[in-house]
Design a protein around this ligand. Structure first.
Ligand SMILES: NC(=O)c1ccc[n+]([C@@H]2O[C@H](COP(=O)([O-])OP(=O)(O)OC[C@H]3O[C@@H](n4cnc5c(N)ncnc54)[C@H](OP(=O)(O)O)[C@@H]3O)[C@@H](O)[C@H]2O)c1
Length: 389
């Protein structure tokens, strides 16, 4: 298991050395794989006749219902298909909800776990023109099943991404950075110097919001739960570009009113917590501000103060990346979003959240750790790394 703290890297931003560090840690040491050998008519990676995959046959607690299985792979790659080696996949809240059966995407069971992750194309079918060996791809269908080592699937199920960014950034690109990008782009016409307020600000989504906003010179007020060593978390988020980092408790004090005087009143609030935390966000909004709800980590409903709703004329909207993607599959807006995000990553203006790398076959340990309060790390499953033996 490896643990990478991205705050170290964000401190190195000015030296543009963090990119090199991430690449060397993730791409070269952890994800280095044996060289491909190919003879005439042979599949590139001849050892892969089967694949390990994490599956479930019924909904329930992930610790109880998930099983690691060895599945056979087809002998041939069909004309429209590609042979993929998965590199890395995160454990996201949506994966857990999907296993539990509480997510709106309902896969046909049994199914392979994993909505997000990056793979490398090892071989393409005779009719495939959009992808080549060595390309990196993201599955373009929710619930595709990234928690496996290999797959042979139709080429049209994947989106090609640049393979010159760190594997960790690629593996965690399609959900949280895209969500952050859309929420900062689509709801309020934000200008340089405007302010956005968000709760759950240390989540992977929150960290993406901080970094994209900083790149656009937008202020962020970032609300987190109080914890031991809160100062370390504040420093970590400020290193990413956060303007202010405050606790939920601080928001309800007169000191918060003073802090708000230092920057424009927020026109956009981003809510991934719900409950009292979201009520507080609404109180912080400017007149005619918008609160976008995209998560419900507290599992508590949103309670709207009537006076705030009426007299501030605020708007409450929901956002779901999956639905946006369905509506924008071939749209130039989507291409621009991926291009912009990859540019930020290459410039080291967007680093992935701190993460703990765990071999795929130890998925149960990653699941257990993803449920820990204040863990501060995204669990990142790694496939096909060189084993110690
Ligand atoms: N709508 C969409 O399209 C979309 C897209 C992406 C993400 N999301 C949602 O956004 C949320 C964050 O996702 P992520 O991948 O960024 O998560 P993550 O990196 O795993 O972080 C989880 C966050 O939730 C906080 N949290 C956990 N339990 C909480 C509770 N009971 N009360 C308050 N905060 C709690 C954690 O705070 P602590 O550090 O204090 O534990 C942490 O900030 C999830 O709800 C996810 O489903 C939605």
């Amino acid at each position: 298991m490896y643990c990478i703290h991205m705050s170290t890297m964000s401190k190195m931003k000015t030296f543009r050395a963090c990119q090199h560090l991430i690449k060397s840690l993730f791409n070269e040491q952890v994800f280095r794989t044996p060289l491909l050998r190919r003879g005439p008519g042979q599949r590139n990676y001849s050892a892969a006749k089967e694949t390990f995959a994490v599956m479930y046959t019924e909904h329930g607690e992930p610790g109880k219902v998930l099983e690691g299985k060895i599945l056979p792979l087809p002998d041939t790659v069909g004309p429209e298909e590609v042979f993929i080696r998965l590199l890395s996949a995160p454990v996201n809240p949506a994966d857990i909800n999907m296993i539990e059966g509480t997510y709106p995407v309902k896969p046909v069971l049994p199914t392979i776990v994993g909505n997000e992750g990056v793979g490398e194309v090892l071989e393409v079918g005779a009719s495939v023109t959009t992808l080549r060996q060595g390309d990196w791809v993201l599955p373009d269908t929710p619930g595709w099943g990234t928690w496996r080592e290999y797959a042979i699937s139709p080429a049209k199920e994947f989106r090609k991404i640049p393979n010159d960014i760190p594997v960790a950034s690629a593996a965690m690109l399609s959900v949280n950075p895209c969500t952050a990008y859309r929420m900062l782009t689509d709801f309020v016409d934000l200008q340089q110097g405007d302010t956005v307020v968000q709760n759950g600000a240390n989540s992977a989504a929150g960290q993406a919001v901080i970094q994209i906003a900083a790149a656009r010179k937008i202020n962020t007020i970032n609300i987190v739960r109080n914890r031991p060593e809160i100062e370390n978390l504040k420093t970590q988020l400020k290193d990413l570009g956060a303007t202010h980092v405050v606790t939920e408790e601080f928001c309800r004090t007169p000191a918060m009113k003073e802090l708000l005087k230092s920057i424009p009143t927020p026109r956009l609030a981003l809510n991934c917590v719900g409950g009292k935390s979201s009520t507080e966000l609404m109180r912080l909004l400017a007149n005619q501000g918008v609160m976008v709800t995209y998560g419900g980590m507290s599992k508590q409903p949103i309670t709207v103060p009537t006076g705030v709703m009426i007299f501030k004329e605020i708007k409450l909207v929901g956002y779901w990346m999956t639905e946006w993607t369905n509506r924008n599959k071939g749209s130039p807006l989507r291409d621009k979003m991926f291009d912009d995000l990859c540019d930020l990553i290459r410039d080291c203006r967007m680093v992935p959240p701190p993460c703990q790398l765990t071999p795929l076959r130890n998925f149960q340990s990653a699941i257990a750790q993803s449920a820990e309060k204040f863990s501060g790390r995204k669990q990142l499953l790694q496939m096909n790394c060189i084993s110690a033996d």
